[in-house]
Design a protein around this ligand. Sequence first.
Ligand code: TXA
Ligand code: MG
Length: 325
Amino acid sequence: MIREGGLVAFPTETVYGLGANALDPEAIERIFAAKGRPAYNPLIAHVSDVTTARELSARWSPAADLLAAAFWPGPLTLVVPKQDDVPARLTAGLPTVAIRVPSHPVARALIREAAVPIAAPSANRFTELSPTLATHVVKGLADRVDLVLDGGPTSLGIESTVIDVSSGEAVLLRPGTIPREALEEAVGGRLSLPAPISGSAPRPGPGMVERHYSPRAQLIILSGDLSTLVVRLTDEAAEGRKVGVLLSSDDHGFENGGDFEDSALATGANILRLPSDPDGYARELYAALHALDEAHCDTILARQVPEGSAWAGVRDRLRRASYEG
Ligand code: TXA
Ligand code: MG
C-alpha cells in the first residue's frame, strides 16, 4: 500500500503515525488532506538507519552524528539541510528535512518492507490529540486511512524530541521524553531554545502553532494544593459542566480541607490517576485525555506537573492542550 501511494497508520514507540511514501508528492498530499493539516507544516521522514538518513541530507553535521549515535533508533527527530530530490511537499518548501529512525519493531518492519522513507505525522486530525492506541486512530481518521496496523499501546506516549541541527548549533524545537541533560551530554554542549513565539514574528518551527494536541474539552491546569482543584471542580459542576480530573497517583493524600474523593465524586466528576513519574505520566496522558473526551467532559482539570527537565515534554503537551485561542 505504501508503494502504491496509500496511507498506512502504524505504531511507533512514541505515538501512532500516518504513513505514506516520503518520495511521492501525491501520497504526501493525501496525508495533508486526511489530517486537515495546513500546508506550511512539514512532515518527518522515517527511515531505517543513519545511512539512509544521510542520503536525504545535504549536510550531516557533527552534532547530527553525535545525536544519531546516541539516540537512534529512538524517539529523536533531527532537522537537517535537505537533499535536492527530497520533495518540497514533504518539507513544506523549507530547505531542511526532519528525519527519525524509530525503534518500534512494527515501524521498522514496515519501513524495511516498503523500502522507501515513510513520511508520517501523528495519526490524528490537525490540532486534535495524538493517538497512542490503534482505536484512537480509527476514531479520529476512520476511512481517511487505508490500513491501520495495530501494535497495541505505544510505550512512550508523547511525540519525539525535535532538534534542529541544520545550522552550527543544536536547537531544541520540541521537547519529548529524552531529558535535556542527556541530549547536551551527547552533543557535548548546550542546546539552544528557539525564541518565544510572539505576535507576527516568524515561527521557529513551522509546526509550532500554539494550540495543538488538544482534547475537545477545555483543559485547565491548576497549580497549588488539591483544595484549589476541589473549589474549581465544585464551581464548574455547579454551572452544569461535566468535569474530568487528571491526578497523579501521589495525589491520594488530602490533608486539609476535607475528603477530596467524597467532594469530587459528589459532583459526578470523572477522576483519572496517572503514574507520578514522568515516563509513566507521558505514557498514559493522551489515552486519559481521549477517555475524558469519550466520557463527554466539558472541562478537564489537571494538576500542574513538577518543574525539572524530566517533565519538560509532559509540561509542553499539557500547556499546548490547554491553550485557548
Ligand atoms: O514522535 C513523533 O515525532 C511522531 C511519530 C509518528 O514519529 N510524529 C510526529 O509528527 O509527531 P508531527 O508531524 O505530528 O510533528 C512533527 C513536528 C512538527 O512540529 C513539524 O513542524 C516539525 O516536526 N518539523 C518537521 N519538519 C521540520 C523542519 N524541516 N523544520 C522544523 N520543524 C520541522
Ligand atoms: Mg502531530
